[in-house]
Design a protein around this ligand. Structure first.
Ligand code: PGA
Length: 250
């Protein structure tokens, strides 16, 4: 079986001020076998990169613009991320897609720009509830379309991790059953290999996200298709995050 990198990403969304972030970082126990990333507000990237360096705890941005500079009020560019020492970015999160109206085409521009800047990308994909209600085949079609549109024009999957996050599971307290997730991850692997015309789908890390906590993480991580998690609500409490890490280390 392919030995893929394991990840645990804490997506803090619009939570935590600087002193809360400092306390969190002091409390979290960083293992060497798992890549850990936290995605704080843009405001704290500069300070948190410095506070966590050098360690196995990496800092990621939750979003970015695709241009390096220009008249884009309120936006942050790839060049700015690199300038503050942030080398990771989450793109296509369901809240960006559904609350802020980001399309596959826009996300594709961002991914191509991130690739040019040599940023590491966690690309989120996942079907909304309405699609999910129409059955697994429809959900798979939807995710395949998202992937193909988002990755169009890229030449390699080298700096990409994919997070499968069904929109209906994010923040809802509900997770799909494990076979459903595993089938979706296998589909993602097939699609990635077909896009890049190689077997990168086998080596790419695919994370699951959507209502992960220290109780369900054990069962989910036991499936060899799941290479880690992106965690929202449960990442805000460092003790809970430590428990998820413990489960992944066992
Ligand atoms: P959740 O969020 O863990 O609170 O469901 C996950 C995410 O939005 O990445």
């Amino acid at each position: 079986m392919m030995n893929r990198t394991k990840y645990l990403i804490g997506n803090w969304k619009m939570h935590k001020n600087f002193s809360e972030a400092e306390t969190w970082i002091e409390t979290v126990e960083i293992p060497s076998s798992i890549e850990i990333m936290i995605a704080p507000s843009f405001l704290y990237l500069y300070s948190l990169v410095r506070l966590t360096r050098p360690s196995n705890l990496h800092i990621a941005a939750q979003n970015m613009h695709y241009e390096d500079e220009g008249a884009f009020t309120g936006e942050v560019s790839p060049r700015m991320l690199l300038d503050v020492g942030c080398h990771n970015v989450i793109l296509g999160h369901s809240e960006r897609r559904h609350t802020f109206g980001e399309s596959d085409q826009l996300i594709n521009k961002k991914i191509c720009s991130a690739a040019e800047s040599e940023l590491f990308v966690t690309l989120c994909v996942g079907e909304p509830e309405l699609v999910h209600n129409n059955g697994k085949d429809k959900a798979m079609e939807y995710v395949e379309k998202q992937l193909r549109a988002s990755l169009q024009g890229l030449t390699s999957a080298l700096r990409i991790t994919i997070a499968y996050e069904p929109v209906w599971a994010v923040g809802s307290g509900t997770t799909p059953n494990i076979d459903y997730i595993a089938d979706m991850h296998r589909l993602i692997r097939r699609v990635v290999s077909s896009i890049f015309n190689d077997n990168s789908g086998e080596s790419i890390s695919i994370l699951y996200g959507g209502s992960v906590n220290s109780v369900n993480a054990q069962n989910l991580f036991a499936d060899s298709e799941i290479d880690g998690f992106i965690v929202g609500g449960a990442s805000l409490d460092a003790m809970e995050f430590n428990k998820i890490l413990e489960v992944m280390e066992e």
